[in-house]
Design a protein around this ligand. Sequence first.
Ligand SMILES: N[C@@H](CCC(=O)N[C@@H](CS)C(=O)NCC(=O)O)C(=O)O
Length: 215
Amino acid sequence: MKLYQFDAAPSSKRVEKFLKETNIQVETVQLNIMEGEHFKEPFKTMNPFNCIPFLELDDGTVISETLAICNYLEQISNSEIKLFGENTKEKALIEMWNRRLENDGYLPLFHGARNKFEMFKGAVIPGTRTDFQQNIAVTNWAIESAKTLLTRLDAHLQSLEFLVCNKLTVADITGFHTLRTADRVGIDLKRYKCAFSWFCKLEQRPGFQESAQLS
Ligand SMILES: N[C@@H](CCC(=O)N[C@@H](CS)C(=O)NCC(=O)O)C(=O)O
């Protein structure tokens, strides 16, 4: 089994934190997406979505999508740390938070960044290189959606150390990267005091220390 990553990319950083927090070991191969390695064979055919991360199983099956990869690794590992939850109720609550965070924050902001920054010109749609133009209206919509989410998150985190289940879960990792991307597109995180404090505490965890600095 091999995990294809580019350590500097946010999606890889989400998987990296998951692996560190669960102590799951997996052989990792770096694909430099800045140099287009993921568009070269055999990777292009292995993962036609042309994005990292993706996991190649020993039987040749390829699993892409950060959360699908982490969920699979958790299920096949014997790690006692279960970031996707230990029982049906925990699993549902974690899934709920993950979906809220991704739908209202992480994904809009991810596309907001791709529609704003110079480095994404010609690569607006993930896993493509085309002349499709960036559109700042997408970024503005993303900022508005994320601000609504952050207000709700801030209220939710007033008396909690973690988002759900009173312990670190994969939802905290998704949430951490949502705030990081919010900061990147220009949202003032300090306006969301409780959410910002939660974010700063997560940042200090040993499992959140990153091998590549660019995010
Ligand atoms: N929804 C996917 C997103 C994957 C994704 O967009 N990865 C980016 C890096 S963060 C990528 O590989 N981009 C390469 C490209 O756009 O060419 C996931 O969560 O895994």
